[in-house]
Write a protein that binds this ligand. Structure first.
Ligand code: ZN
Length: 240
């Protein structure tokens, strides 16, 4: 029987005030109306913006520029349901997988942007949930998903040794075949820090003559290796 019980303290408070998050990307703009208690409990960015005498707090509108509404929509849905609505329809059917490389790639890119969004919103619970979804998508697709188009954002928007950089490096090292590796990532115009991470990852995880290297991605033993909460000394979203 599915476990539907949840702590009463986590229930939506219908008396909580609403706030408008004005999400925009170039000429595109969309408003999201959200209970502020949910936002402030989850995101330190919103908690700070809606605290005290800030203009956002009195006008009840928080602008969020340089974010695609479709990415914030994933955050919005996660806030209310705890689920990540990123999968294409029919993703469960094995037969679809080989024909759906572009759909998996689109989903992976979208999740990468959501991880970056969660990082910007100072919402560790969201970034770690997105990370687990990235791991699932990577494991779910039987081939290899090319992440080259996402590297610029990852290496511009996140810090060295961020969980996202670690995951992407390890995914490429473990899942990309040798020929694809040199054809796709043997490109000196890629971010320099990425090329250094890739080289370190290859040295660390690929087998060589003197000792056997770990042949499995670390997330199979412990996904928390790729979670941000470990860096902040906070509990994992999967245990709370
Ligand atoms: Zn964890």
């Amino acid at each position: 029987m599915p476990d539907v019980r949840r702590p009463a303290s986590q229930a939506i408070d219908p008396t909580s005030n609403m706030v408008t998050v004005r999400v925009s990307w170039e000429d595109l703009s969309q408003d999201f109306l959200i209970h502020d208690s949910f936002l402030c409990k989850s995101s330190d960015f919103f908690a700070a913006a809606l605290r005290g005498e800030w203009r956002e707090s009195t006008e009840r509108v928080v602008p969020l520029p340089a974010v695609l509404p479709e990415h914030f929509k994933l955050y919005y849905n996660w806030i209310y349901t705890g689920k990540i609505y990123s999968a294409p329809d029919g993703h469960i059917e094995k037969a679809l997988k080989f024909e759906s490389g572009t759909l998996f790639k689109k989903e992976m890119s979208s999740l990468i942007q959501c991880w970056i969004l969660g990082h910007r919103l100072l919402d560790i619970r969201f970034t770690d949930t997105v990370m687990d979804t990235l791991i699932l998508v990577g494991e779910d697709y039987p081939g290899y998903i090319d992440l080259k188009d996402d590297l610029k954002a990852i290496y511009t928007e996140t810090m060295p040794r961020s969980s996202l950089r670690c995951f992407v490096t390890e995914y490429i090292v473990h899942c990309c075949k040798d020929k694809t590796l040199t054809e796709t990532y043997g490109d000196v115009s890629l971010p320099e820090d990425f090329l250094k991470d890739l080289l370190s990852g290859l040295i660390e995880f690929r087998p060589y003559r003197i000792r056997p290297a770990p042949s499995m991605p670390r997330w199979r033993d412990d996904p928390c290796e790729f979670h941000e909460h470990t860096r902040e000394g906070k509990p994992c979203w999967t245990t709370t």
